[in-house]
Design a protein around this ligand. Structure first.
Ligand code: SR1
Ligand code: MG
Length: 411
């Protein structure tokens, strides 16, 4: 009988052949471990002769970036492969195609994306993706609005809520995004100089903590749509033609704003990072302008597409009789997107899991300044979220706040 074992570069080719008989005879095989995520093992297996390749992702029974001391249910890979299959159909292939999910090995064998780059990496090299706004707004409208009570039969939707229940991964988000960065928690990954700063500006700010608690309860209780659950720029493969959204292992029924907020926060952090990293003034200006336009347009195009599709998809027997409801529903997503944006920015600065945009700032003084600026800007997004009703509001907050602080050196 087949049993679980941990794959490595020496075993993964045989495993793929045994499961799928994917490669031609006498191949010239190259296997690499390419995963740098926090949770799983990811391999690329390629036949240099035919050019054929696959990705093999295996869940481990513990958190990869921490080790065996943090056990984690490997069933998450079932949720991930199920969602990928669903989203592949819903979005006309904006996620990788799954060739096989193996319930014993907890592996997903899927389409290789070697002609794509991780969007975070592309943005850190100041690349621009003119089709991204249209592509990602299509993705979020289709995967989120179409899985909500707006468009689905309510009993079918509840069956999905049950099917995609994901308590362990949700707990990670509840702890790492909405809790631990807001007190002096053991698991925080925090530079010494940030401790007093956090005490003064976050940990003792009772009104901020109150708003973050409201957002946390929205995350835990608002089963609005079938989320990706970790939609940052590291979860998007991109090139000039297409996007492929990967890694939906945090999927569950939650607030739409959790996906949109994660995305906006990571674009905002790239903006802050570009401002200090890019030494070519012309390129810096161009890239920062591109990021502002992207943030604004993601929000506005998302709203436009929701409003456009609404009359055709609305099924709820009250929502379809209440013409103003669509605007109210989308306004609420905007407000909470701003709140999530702030929480994601803070957790990526002082919480367990950071981002390259900030940690990769080479100059120590710049890095410290950006960390502090990021936290203060995040507070603006959280505390002023009820005013964020257009894409322009999101970028005005960013530009207004950073230009007032550019001159401040926190040393
Ligand atoms: C222990 S998991 C840490 C983070 O990595 C994932 O990508 C999620 O963002 C999670 O919060
Ligand atoms: Mg991930």
């Amino acid at each position: 009988m087949k049993e679980f074992y941990q794959l490595d570069v020496n075993k993964v080719y045989d495993y793929v052949q045994q499961e799928l008989n994917f490669f031609d005879e006498n191949p010239d095989i190259e296997c690499n471990e390419i995963g740098d995520g926090n949770l799983n093992l990811v391999f690329r297996v390629k036949d240099r002769k035919s050019g054929k390749s696959v990705i093999v992702k295996q869940s481990l029974p513990y958190v990869r970036c921490v080790g065996e001391d943090w056990p984690l249910n490997i069933d998450r890979s079932k949720i991930e492969s199920k969602l990928l299959e669903m989203e592949y159909k819903l979005t006309d292939g904006s996620v990788p195609e799954v060739y096989k999910f193996d319930e014993v090995m907890y592996t997903t064998i899927m389409e290789d994306l070697s002609d794509y780059v991780i969007m975070r990496t592309g943005l850190l090299s100041y690349n621009q993706y003119p089709k991204f706004v249209d592509q990602i707004t299509d993705f979020i409208v289709k995967t989120l609005l179409l899985t909500s009570d707006i468009a689905m039969d309510h009993k079918d939707k509840k069956a999905y809520v049950k099917e995609f229940i994901n308590p362990q991964l949700c707990e990670i988000t509840e702890d790492l995004v909405y809790s631990e960065p807001f007190f002096d928690a053991k698991r925080n990954n925090i530079a010494d100089y940030m401790k007093t700063f956090m005490e003064e500006n976050v940990w003792n700010d009772k009104s901020l903590l109150m708003e973050v608690t409201k957002l946390k309860f929205d995350f835990m209780n608002n089963a609005q749509a079938l989320l990706h659950g970790d939609l940052h720029t590291g979860s998007i493969f991109i090139n000039q033609q297409n996007i492929k959204v990967i890694d939906p292992e945090f999927a569950f029924y939650g607030p739409i704003a959790y996906d949109t907020g994660a995305l906006i926060a990571n674009l905002v952090m790239n903006y802050l990072s570009t401002n200090v990293r890019c030494k070519d003034e012309k390129l810096k200006k161009k890239h920062m302008r591109y990021l502002l336009d992207t943030i604004r347009d993601v929000m506005d195009v998302f709203r436009d597409k929701c409003m456009k599709i609404w009359p055709d998809i609305v099924r709820d027997n009250m929502a379809c009789r209440t013409p103003d409801f669509a605007k109210w529903y989308i306004d609420d997503i905007f407000v909470n997107t701003a709140g999530v944006t702030g929480c994601e920015m803070i957790r990526r600065t002082v919480g367990l899991a950071h981002v390259q945009d900030i940690d990769g700032i080479e100059d120590e003084r710049d890095r410290e300044n950006i960390r502090k600026l990021n936290v203060l800007l995040a507070k603006e997004y959280i505390m002023n979220r009820h005013k964020m009703l257009t894409g322009k509001d999101f970028i005005d907050c960013l530009v207004g706040f950073t230009s007032s602080q550019h001159i401040v050196d926190f040393h």
